[in-house]
Design a protein around this ligand. Structure first.
Ligand code: ADP
Ligand code: TRP
Length: 334
């Protein structure tokens, strides 16, 4: 049976590019599971052009950020032998398709994508490139004739936009592209140390590469149930971000529910956080060791990204030949 084409990507954003627990639970873990199912032809991209749509000023550490994402991908279980792991900007076909699609996409389609309105105000972004963010994502998917896109619900509007672009292209030039299907990741939004959604932009994240002492510090200063001020106050575990992390990393999390709810004097937030830290470190230690090992040889990481790009380019350039033919563009053999 033919394997379905699966495409996904993450930006090398933030100060270091290092991915965090939210990225892992919300995306990466699922990619690894899908990779290991053997059912998909996997393309896992590091979308460096996308990161420039918001952060074009500070590019000095871009290479470092890219290598951190590559190391996080592989340390989390993505395997370059099973998945094509590559850097977006090494496959120029993404840019060519983005340009051709920009001819057929009305500007109001882009202006009404919710993330545009929200982030353009929030981050003061007004560039042409930023407006085109969802179209570049559509090109990323379409250039591989992507059929399945595993993303969190925060990407729903971008995927619906991609499907609209596919329909528009197909109706103008003939049925060339499949409509990609989202594969929603079922995990809830992972809370950060301040109880909001864990995100690089809120600086409330625990990175996959954080050293042990940083993880300890971050967990010890984590927000808890605000109505549990004294140890004897009854807690509300399901409103507490510490408990939500216990649920993911402590196999015996149910044991702490009753002591918390009953306000047992034997069990306070400090103890609860210490226990979480031990479970979390047991999960993070092997990932951190693996990523450090990978980062000690940046040349090898670059080779992985370049050889992934070579493989990706084969497929992308075949699609572009079909696109140019469908649009009756002159194909000159040089
Ligand atoms: P950030 O908010 O840190 O910049 P991104 O927006 O780059 O993260 O997200 C990359 C991927 O990780 C997306 O697929 C998104 O759904 C997932 N993701 C990010 N933060 C979380 C979270 N707190 N919980 C679950 N999934 C998340
Ligand atoms: N917009 C996605 C995010 O912020 C990243 C992305 C870019 C992507 N191109 C993609 C995801 C193609 C899936 C497929 O998470």
């Amino acid at each position: 049976m033919r394997k379905k084409v699966l495409l996904s990507g993450m930006q090398p954003s933030g100060e270091t590019g290092m991915l965090h627990l939210g990225n892992y639970e919300g995306a990466l873990k699922n990619w690894v599971r899908l990779q290991n199912s053997g059912k998909y032809e996997m393309y896992c991209c590091i979308v460096d052009w996308h990161s420039l749509t918001s952060n074009y000023k500070h590019t000095k550490n871009l290479t470092k950020r890219i290598l951190n994402v590559a190391a996080d991908y592989i340390a989390s279980g993505l395997d370059p032998k099973k998945s094509t792991i590559f850097l977006q900007s090494l496959v120029k076909e993404h840019a060519e398709l983005h340009l051709l699609l920009s001819m057929i996409v009305p500007v109001p389609w882009l202006e009404r994508v919710p993330s545009y309105k929200q982030k353009s105000v929030e981050l003061g972004l007004d560039s042409f490139g930023f407006l085109g963010y969802p179209l570049l994502m559509a090109a990323d998917i379409m250039v591989y004739k992507g059929e399945v896109v595993p993303v969190g619900k925060d990407q729903a509007a971008h995927l619906e936009f991609t499907r609209e672009v596919v329909r528009r292209f197909n109706s103008l030039y003939g049925e060339l592209f499949p409509e990609p299907q989202p594969l929603w990741t079922e995990v809830p939004i992972l809370p950060g140390t301040d109880g909001r959604k864990m995100s690089k932009s809120y600086n409330n994240h625990i990175s996959l590469g954080d050293p042990q002492e940083i993880v300890r510090k971050k967990i010890s200063s984590m927000f808890t149930d605000p109505s549990k001020i004294h140890r004897s106050d009854p807690g509300h575990p399901n409103r507490c971000p510490v408990y939500l992390l216990h649920k993911l990393y402590n196999p015996e999390y149910e044991k702490i529910y009753n002591p918390c709810v009953s306000g047992s004097t034997e069990w306070g937030c400090v103890k609860c956080k210490k226990l979480l830290t031990e479970h979390l470190l047991a999960f993070l230690d092997p990932i951190r060791k693996k990523r450090e090992e990978l980062l000690s040889d940046p040349g090898e990481l670059m080779r992985i990204l370049a050889s992934g790009a070579e493989k990706a380019r084969e497929k992308a350039s075949a699609t572009m030949r079909e696109v140019r033919a469908a649009m009756h563009m002159l194909e000159a053999e040089l």
